[in-house]
Design a protein around this ligand. Structure first.
Ligand SMILES: C[S@@+](CC[C@H](N)C(=O)[O-])C[C@H]1O[C@@H](n2cnc3c(N)ncnc32)[C@H](O)[C@@H]1O
Length: 262
């Protein structure tokens, strides 16, 4: 069984079987009171629709993000908490935050965190916060470096507003979304990850945005700009029009040169 297998990731012991049942394969996220559904739909144009990143997809995203002790991870619309709790279990992030408008989903996420803690599963410090993504102060409620949103059912206006407000967050380094952002001038797309499993598609994409090339975390840039020891550097400014090519050995950059033909 390879390491990206959900079963390998979440274990095969009785404890983890219990975990999967209680936390990750709960049907509860799909069923919320009509009052909550109406509230969320009115704010986010249909966003009460539920869907999830599957365990293997979560691990693929976490691998790309390379969270460490300087990172805070936030799931925007955290549902019953599976992405946030997976980050809490499987990353080295300093903290994990889930923001969610549905009280019943929030309660389930909190209950899942308690189940995990009760079973002695080590978790990075995690909190679930009741927040409306359309209006909340993201820096104040999350203050995260790395954000994820399973945004497939979010309206364009909500996604554009989130991009605009995230771009003003001093802490933001990376945003990963299940759907490309609508046209917007606030965040820069650096690449996309394929093979991400969602509850509605086995081989989906995740789209990766940063504020600028200069502020993007090296681990994320390396994922998209380096292959076989060769890295491509974007122009440092408008005057320097061409991408450059660099050769790396371990962490050392050996040479940077204009790309052939430029
Ligand atoms: C597609 S689900 C994703 C759940 C989780 N992130 C995952 O991938 O497993 C989207 C979640 O966003 C929440 N949501 C939608 N609009 C929201 C809003 N304006 N503020 C906060 N949460 C919202 C929904 O209630 C739902 O739980």
């Amino acid at each position: 069984m390879n390491s990206s297998s959900p079963v390998a990731a979440f274990g095969s012991t009785t404890q983890h079987a219990h975990l999967k049942k209680e936390v990750f394969f709960s049907k509860g996220g799909w069923l919320i009171p009509a009052r909550e559904r109406a509230l969320i739909d009115s704010i986010s144009s249909g966003a009460a629709t539920y869907g999830e990143v599957m365990p293997a997809g979560i691990l693929r995203l976490l691998e790309m993000l390379s969270l460490d002790g300087s990172s805070t991870f936030c799931d925007l619309g955290s549902g019953i908490g599976r992405v946030a709790l997976s980050a809490a279990m499987h990353s080295r992030a300093a903290g994990v935050v889930g923001l969610e408008l549905s009280d019943s989903r929030l309660e389930q996420a909190e209950a899942a965190a308690e189940v995990l803690s009760g079973l002695g599963v080590p978790l990075r410090p995690t909190r679930f916060v009741s927040a409306n993504l359309a209006t909340c102060d993201l820096e104040a409620v999350a203050g995260a470096t790395h954000y994820f949103m399973c945004s497939t059912a979010f309206g364009a206006a909500l996604c554009r507003s989130l991009a605009e407000r995230l771009s003003r967050c001093p802490s933001l380094q990376v945003l990963v979304t299940s759907r490309p952002l609508p046209p917007q001038p606030y965040l820069l797309k650096v690449g996309q990850i394929d093979g991400v499993e969602y509850s509605w598609i086995a081989n989906g994409l995740a789209h990766v945005y940063v504020k600028s090339w200069a502020s993007a975390p090296p681990a994320v840039l390396a994922r998209f700009l380096c292959r076989d020891g060769v890295c491509w550097a974007p122009p440092a400014g408008p005057a320097e029009g061409a991408w450059r090519r660099g050769f790396v050995f371990g962490d050392d950059l050996l040479a940077v040169a204009p790309a052939a033909g430029q």
